[in-house]
Design a protein around this ligand. Structure first.
Ligand SMILES: [Zn+2]
Length: 355
């Protein structure tokens, strides 16, 4: 019998998505349009302090907005607390996160805990946290995906993003290609465990895989403005997570494999690179067309072997064996018990990840 779900829930989405060349200059307009106030706390890292952060400061001051810049060192819970202390002292009207993953994750958490809104200004397109409501924060032993609010605005300047190293953008594509197995895991859990799914969220997430696949040539060519395709898809993936109210549409067994690698590997690779590698192997387990995923990865210049990623074969095997225990409450193709040693070696060998 078909039933209708009457559960009441909120879907919180960003209000303004600004994408294009020279978008940085529009930050004061964004602040004004959203009536955010006249005093900003800008969170960024040491690398950007004298570079893009300086430009943002000048643009804000020109727009009659007072700004205090605070440098984050890492993305730990301690750093969140430290920046909340800065926030208490400064008493800003809103928060800005400028940078790669870490400043945006910290800004997201600080804004959430201080009950304020924040603007996300990504400087690399390497992951889909740019517009999502989840913050990835390092706990005492492992990384946690913490509930926060999505940014009220995303300002993605394609001149800045085009100039960022291609490896980061390719990793962003990897994080997006990995949604194929994340969706397959969610559907599997829906069939086996009756877990609720959201068709809307799945459609948004799946669209990102299609977009990267279809536009792989343009991305690879790095033609002017190419980063717009990737950041648009990353935002779409973030929105899928906002709609679902969890990271389910974007994070399945392949992300669990990547998180396991983060704790096991001597030198972990980029998040999106690891997730894409995981997606080849989880695609094999799901009996999906993993070879096509692998071919697109090769075309985009993403590593498809442990060696190319700077990982040892045994690290990949151990991550495959333990991935299921990373997030036991999230049912995936790895099941409750995970892969046996033999099965882990087989999946890594058949897919050419190790040889
Ligand atoms: Zn991811």
């Amino acid at each position: 019998m078909n039933s209708v779900i009457n559960e009441f829930k909120f879907i919180e989405l960003p209000t303004l998505l600004c994408l294009g060349a020279d978008m940085l200059k529009s930050v004061p307009k964004v602040v004004d349009r959203l009536s955010l106030g006249k005093k900003a706390l800008l969170l960024t890292d040491d690398f950007l302090r004298t570079r893009i952060a300086k430009d943002v400061e000048d643009i804000l001051i020109d727009g009659n907005i007072e700004v205090f810049t605070s440098i984050i060192q890492n993305s730990t819970m301690d750093e969140v607390e430290k920046q909340i202390g800065v926030h208490k002292e400064i008493k800003p009207d809103f928060v800005i996160g400028l940078g790669g993953g870490r400043p945006i994750d910290i800004a997201k958490s600080v804004a959430y805990k201080t009950n304020q809104r924040f603007i996300s200004i990504p400087t690399i397109a390497s992951h889909d946290g740019v517009a999502s409501s989840r913050a990835s924060i390092m706990g005492s032993d492992k990384r946690h995906s913490i509930q926060a609010l999505p940014p009220i605005a995303v300002v993605a300047d394609t001149i800045i993003l085009d100039k960022s190293p291609y490896r980061f953008t390719a990793a962003g594509c990897g994080d997006l290609l990995a949604k194929g197995t994340a969706i397959a895991d969610w559907m599997l859990s829906h069939r086996l465990k009756n877990e609720l799914i959201s068709e809307y969220s799945i459609a948004l997430s799946d669209m990102t895989v299609q977009l990267i696949t279809k536009k792989a040539n343009v991305i690879k060519s790095q033609v002017s403005g190419y980063s717009r395709i990737v950041v648009k898809a990353l935002i779409s993936s973030s929105l899928a997570m906002c709609v679902a109210g969890s990271s389910r549409p974007g994070s399945g067994s392949e992300h669990m494999f990547s998180h396991a690698l983060d704790t096991i590997a001597e030198k972990p690779a980029l998040h999106g690179e690891q997730c894409a590698l995981g997606s080849i192997m989880m695609g094999y387990l799901h009996d999906l067309d993993w070879e096509s995923t692998k071919n697109i990865m090769i075309h985009l210049g993403l590593p498809v072997t442990a060696k190319d990623l700077g990982l040892k074969d045994e690290e990949v095997i151990k991550a495959l064996e333990t991935a299921h225990s990373i997030r036991p409450e999230r049912y995936t193709i790895l099941g409750k018990d995970g892969l046996t040693s033999d099965a882990a070696v087989k999946v890594a060998t058949v897919t050419g990840v190790i040889n």
